[in-house]
Design a protein around this ligand. Structure first.
Ligand SMILES: Cc1cc2nc3c(=O)[nH]c(=O)nc-3n(C[C@H](O)[C@H](O)[C@H](O)COP(=O)(O)OP(=O)(O)OC[C@H]3O[C@@H](n4cnc5c(N)ncnc54)[C@H](O)[C@@H]3O)c2cc1C
Length: 394
């Protein structure tokens, strides 16, 4: 029986998968497969939704800067600002953070004017910059999905990839591997992939020339299904608590406030305050939830510099930020099998960097020159990673 053949099958309907799918040309058939019933259910729907161009390792900063025009032109950004605060005992850490985040030291009195609930008796240092902005992550995601549909692509939810098989050249169906449309030679010696998808109504198989692995915390599981060497991805939990605004305070114009060495942060959100313990506890891939003790410890670090104690948490949640050993995202064709394209390891930057990351994946599939410099493309490539399978064959 002839199976449906598509050019690019994207696994994962988070910001990574949708940004890549939306950036592919309308001459390619593209399908995004998402196991949950809605896109953005995992990390992409649980973020702090900040744009901070100076946050993260150098290749991430290149991607974030290259994404800024997309965010600004579509009206996703709104002013927020970021304040760093430290206790009198944290002088060295405070100075290091100021340098890394390009922040300007301000008098403690000025910090208290901006955030009147800060206790000047408890903070020794403060710094500020206005380049951190709120980012409308929900609209960003919905607009990528709209752009995908406008180009004739499909987003399927409630569909889980459960198996993958490489197809050999002898399994070619008529009309398959439209090499005129695709970058010549990229698909390697085989035709592509047969991907098994489980839905509520049963199982089905799709054939695809390229697979983009944008499965977030599950990206190494997808590699194992495909018989591709995993990249050592480590999901790490980050939790959030939503608190009522401290009594008597209108928090809407407060900046994001961060403790030194990112031990906690707080951010206004629709008249309330989001406080994160900035936890980074390693976890297996899962539907993450906040741990009460971790939240309580984080809230205590926040309270240590504020006047008003926390009396009530209205809501809490957690999401997984996934990293490889060097903390840099993994974007590009697998060095052993270029028809398997990695789009993983976005860590804590996958919202803000998604437009340029998605365009990079599309450029690498179609053979267009990437918009970012070659050294950054190499620094993001899976080819940089320590891979015992490659070293054994070298
Ligand atoms: C608390 C928190 C705060 C954050 N704050 C920020 C921030 O301020 N700014 C910023 O830029 N980033 C932030 N991040 C990071 C950002 O959220 C992530 O980097 C980004 O969302 C990762 O996107 P993704 O698409 O790779 O992952 P996900 O959104 O997790 O998407 C992966 C998708 O793959 C699907 N999937 C997995 N396996 C399968 C399968 N077998 N079949 C089908 N589908 C599958 C999953 O269901 C999931 O929806 C934060 C993260 C957290 C948790």
């Amino acid at each position: 029986m002839t199976q449906q053949h598509i050019d690019v099958l994207v696994i994962g309907g988070g910001l990574a998968g949708l940004s890549a799918a939306a950036a592919l040309p309308d001459t390619m058939s593209v399908q995004v497969i998402e196991m949950e019933t809605a896109p953005g259910y995992h990390a992409s729907g649980r973020s702090a939704a900040m744009f901070e161009a100076e946050y993260g390792p150098a290749p991430v900063r290149v991607l974030s800067r290259a994404s800024e025009a997309h965010h600004r032109n579509n009206g996703y950004l709104s002013p927020r600002g970021m304040m760093l605060v430290g206790s009198p005992a944290q002088a060295d850490e405070f100075a290091a953070d100021c340098a890394t985040l390009s922040m300007t030291v301000i008098p403690v009195e000025q910090a208290v004017q901006m955030v009147p609930d800060l206790d000047p008796e408890k903070i020794g240092f403060a710094a500020y910059h206005d380049t951190a902005e709120d980012l409308d992550a929900d609209r960003l995601l919905q607009d990528f999905a709209k752009e995908l549909r406008r180009k004739g692509g499909t987003l399927r939810t409630g569909a889980q990839v459960t198996a993958m098989r490489r197809l050999g050249p002898d399994e070619l169906q008529s009309g398959e591997l439209k090499s005129d449309d695709l970058q010549s030679g990229q698909a390697g010696a085989h035709v592509g992939w047969e991907v098994t998808i489980a839905t509520r109504s049963g199982q089905e198989q799709l054939r695809a020339t390229y697979v983009v692995n944008a499965a977030g915390a599950w990206a190494d599981d997808i590699a194992r299904l495909a018989g591709i060497a995993p990249i050592g991805l480590q999901p790490k939990r980050r939790s959030m608590a939503r608190l009522p605004a401290p009594a008597g305070h209108d928090v809407r114009d407060w900046p994001m406030i961060m403790g030194v060495s990112e031990r906690w942060y707080a951010k206004p959100d629709a008249g309330k305050l989001l406080v994160s313990p900035a936890d980074a506890d390693p976890m297996p891939p899962q539907d993450a939830y906040a741990d009460d003790m971790v939240l309580a410890e984080g809230l205590a670090r926040y309270e240590a510099v504020m006047r008003t104690p926390v009396t009530r948490v209205e809501h809490n949640w957690a999401g997984l930020r996934s990293f490889v050993a060097d903390g840099v995202p993994v974007l590009g064709p697998d060095p052993v099998d270029p028809s398997f394209v990695w789009c993983a390891g976005q860590g804590g930057y996958g919202v803000q960097s998604s437009p340029a990351a998605g365009r990079l994946i599309a450029a690498l599939i179609t053979g267009q020159p990437p918009e970012i410099d070659a050294a950054t493309v190499a620094a993001l490539s899976p080819a940089r990673l320590h891979r015992p399978d490659l070293e054994a064959s070298a």
